[in-house]
Design a protein. Structure first.
Length: 405
């Protein structure tokens, strides 16, 4: 009888144990974490940017699950004392393409700005290096946490790894937007402010009129590989830009290495057909809505105008004025008028800044990049051009004034 009971219950117990194991494995969980950083050196007396890569290994993930890290920490390798924190979180939503037959490997990358104050604090503790650490978990099992860290070595300012601190891009005439004929040559330039030293990897890319009226698709024009040393500035010139096909183009210099915290910057140009050389001055019948003449520019200022039949694009332009007038309090001295009396034909030189928009868009607020081309405490003329199918200007607005505080 005893043997019979054993034979009866043993399979049940084994089955129950297997069920427990399988039930416990249904939830996703982070099981391993591999980390890396480039560059691994940070400089004294200045901020340094590094790019940290975290490869999270998880089991039983499903599409839609999220891998999360709420913050980063700078730690001493001696006892793990906290030197500073990074409040920005990291998250990655799992896609179907991330899932395999076994464990899933999810990669998260971040550009970390290491403040000079953190480096100084670490040095004051007698450290030659310190740690940057993050904890990761899966939303399906937030109690199962894996930690990863990278080591940052303190060096002198001149020997730190390469970091790109600022990028500007413009055309060869200094403008950020251009309208030209297919026979005119054109190149773009980008200026990079950098710190440290190392190899710059980047690529000039161009989007042609076949894609720029929807989601732009960029193709590679030329690779750039240049060693930069000792910190400073570098000016890079693009290959000759394509102008054969009429329409709207976008050009950019995309930085591949080192990693940056800012998005890729692009500038626009519009190619007109040859007939544009004999086209008379476009009628001044494009109706502007906002802002009114003589008002001040703020980050939330909205430029808007009425649609023009047949327009394929609109070009908003800003022209500088001679610095001969005093800044007056906002709301005074012509503010609120609808026009300036300035004839569009008297605007000379390339515009200081602007934007090229598809025909479906008749309003915008200036981006931080565009506002950066306008100098504080200055007056600017602005207008809008309506561009037709063949690249000709079919209508233009009166000229208004905008003021920068």
């Amino acid at each position: 009888m005893q043997a019979t009971v054993r034979k009866f219950y043993l399979p049940l117990l084994l089955g129950y144990a297997l069920w427990l194991i399988s039930a416990g494995a249904v939830q996703g969980a982070v099981v391993n974490l591999v980390s890396g950083v480039s560059p691994s050196r940070v400089a004294l007396a200045r901020n340094t940017q590094v790019v940290a890569t975290w490869q999270v290994e998880s089991i039983n993930l499903s599409a839609g699950d999220r891998i999360i890290s709420t913050q980063g920490r700078f730690l001493s390798p001696l006892g793990g004392g906290i030197i500073g924190t990074v409040s920005k979180g990291l998250t990655r939503t799992v896609k179907s393409s991330d899932l395999g037959m076994g464990n899933s490997f999810i990669t998260l990358t971040e550009a970390v700005q290491v403040p000079a104050s953190i480096v100084y604090r670490a040095q004051k503790l007698g450290l030659n290096s310190f740690i940057y650490q993050r904890d990761f978990y899966d939303t399906e099992n937030p109690s199962d946490i894996e930690s990863g860290s990278v080591t940052l070595h303190i060096t002198g300012a001149g020997s730190a790894g390469l970091g790109i601190n600022r990028q500007e891009i413009r055309f060869d005439d200094g403008s950020s937007i251009r309208r030209l004929l297919s026979t005119e040559p054109l190149t773009a330039l980008t200026q990079l402010n950098y710190s440290g030293s190392g190899l710059l990897k980047g690529v000039w890319e161009l989007a042609t009129p076949s894609t720029t009226y929807g989601e732009p698709v960029y193709r590679r024009l030329a690779n750039v590989r240049r060693f930069l040393g000792a910190g400073g500035q570098v000016l890079l010139t693009s290959p000759a830009l394509e102008t054969r096909q009429p329409g709207r183009y976008l050009v950019r210099f995309r930085i591949e290495e080192p990693g940056t915290e800012f998005n890729d910057l692009s500038i626009e140009y519009f190619v007109a057909q040859e007939a544009a050389t004999v086209t008379p001055l476009a009628p001044i019948d494009l109706v502007l809505d906002t802002p009114l003449h003589g008002t001040y520019l703020h980050p939330d200022t909205r430029f808007s105008w009425q649609q023009v039949p047949g327009a394929q694009a609109y070009q908003l332009e800003f022209y500088s004025q001679p610095a001969t007038r005093e800044i007056t309090p906002e709301g005074l001295a012509e503010a609120g008028q609808f026009t300036s009396g300035k004839h569009p034909g008297t605007l000379t030189g390339p515009p200081e800044a602007g934007a090229l928009l598809p025909a479906s868009q008749t309003r915008l607020s200036l981006s931080e990049v565009t506002r950066g081309h306008l100098q504080p405490a200055q007056f600017y003329w602005w207008r809008v051009l309506a561009i037709g199918k063949n690249g000709q200007v079919v209508s233009q607005s009166p000229v208004r004034e905008i003021r920068l505080p």
